[in-house]
Design a protein around this ligand. Structure first.
Ligand code: UT7
Length: 319
């Protein structure tokens, strides 16, 4: 666990600044030996045990992360080897904060198309090792934490969408004209050499963010996609039992909830102790909602995310 005071020892920041601007009190950082697929494995094993399935039933892995163990192959392949499930398809989804919605949508589409029956959907991130832990990186570094979450998604007969547990719908969006508003510039094949001394000299190996632009777009796009998925499926915010929003900044979440006119008690937030765990955020929220007794079978859940890309999207689940 890393508190705001711990960060203030590394850089020019303070607990009060971080809490006032973001609502974050602490975050988790892995130990140096732990990789993203290690975190994914812990979440996957918990989800498999929770679903009560035998791991051999899994016929596809979709792994959402912006912080894979290696540039290639994807984290899904490393996780697959750790789970000892050779032969099944294993793919990464690199859609940053919206990664879990894209991954779930992919799993749902594969199942609906008859190409898979049981898909393991993982969101996991190790940010800490890639952040600038000096004052130069303070605007980004204080916002992020490491974490993982996973869901097992299985094919099912849906008689009545209003009662039977299933992924009811997902909505995906992107606008690449904002790609450089939140990005990790280097290393990359856009340069003469994939990796060079200049990258380090210019700090291009650390995430760069135009915080204000991200903020303004996040508070617009998340309510928009929630309204879209609800109206397309003939439900209203009153029908929803639980809202889970991407956890990037408490002020963003409050603004989104305000715009949608939803009561505080229907929203689950983890940001105070997790910070922004990017693609791991939504499954962590669902898990904590269940632990807090706010998520029970039969409930209608809507989730929304927004982040680098820009990408954004929503998911409507009958739990
Ligand atoms: O999933 C998407 C991920 N990212 C986001 O969602 C981020 C969206 N943006 C935000 O959450 C906010 O823009 C921030 C929290 C990043 C910044 O909040 P802000 O209210 O927009 O602050 P600001 O950027 O206007 O900065 C205010 C001041 C600046 O100093 P000056 O120029 O006024 O002297 C910054 O240098 O705060 C300074 N500052 C800090 N001070 C202490 C920036 N970071 C820090 C810090 N500690 N960690």
């Amino acid at each position: 666990m890393v508190t705001n005071d711990d960060l203030a020892e590394l850089m020019d920041t303070s607990h009060d600044w971080i809490v006032q601007r973001t609502g974050i009190h602490e975050r988790r950082w892995v130990d140096p030996e732990t990789s993203t697929s290690d975190l994914g494995l812990e979440a996957a094993n918990a989800a498999i045990a929770d679903a009560g399935i035998d791991p051999s039933e899994i016929d596809m892995i979709v792994f959402a992360t912006l912080s894979p163990d290696h540039e290639f192959p994807g984290a899904a392949c490393f996780l697959q080897a750790k789970l000892d499930l050779p032969g099944i398809p294993a793919m990464d989804v690199r859609q940053q904060c919206t990664g879990f919605v894209y991954a779930l949508s992919t799993a749902d589409a594969m199942i609906r198309a008859g190409n898979a029956d049981t898909v393991l959907v993982v969101g996991a991130e190790v940010h800490s090792k890639g952040l600038d832990q000096t004052t130069a990186g303070r605007d980004v570094t204080v916002l992020f934490g490491d974490g993982a979450g996973a869901l097992v998604v299985q094919s099912t007969e849906v008689g009545d969408a209003r009662h039977d547990a299933h992924v009811w719908d997902t909505r995906l969006h992107a606008d690449g004209s904002f790609a450089e508003a939140l990005w990790l510039p280097a290393p990359g094949m856009a340069y003469e050499r994939f990796i060079s001394e200049e990258h380090f000299e210019e700090g291009l190996n650390y995430p760069q963010m135009d915080g204000r632009t991200v903020f303004v777009n996040a508070v617009k796009r998340m309510p928009e996609t929630v309204e879209e998925i609800l109206s397309e499926n003939g439900v209203t915010t009153d029908d929803i039992d639980l809202f889970v929003f991407h956890q990037a900044n408490m002020r963003i979440i409050e603004s989104v909830a305000h715009r949608l006119g939803i009561p505080e008690e229907k929203v689950v937030n983890t940001i105070d102790h997790t910070a922004n765990t990017t693609a791991a955020t939504l499954p962590i929220c669902l898990d904590e909602a269940r632990d807090r007794g706010k998520l029970e079978p039969g409930m209608l859940v809507v989730g929304a995310a927004f982040g680098s890309g820009f990408t954004w999207g929503s998911m409507l689940l009958r739990w």
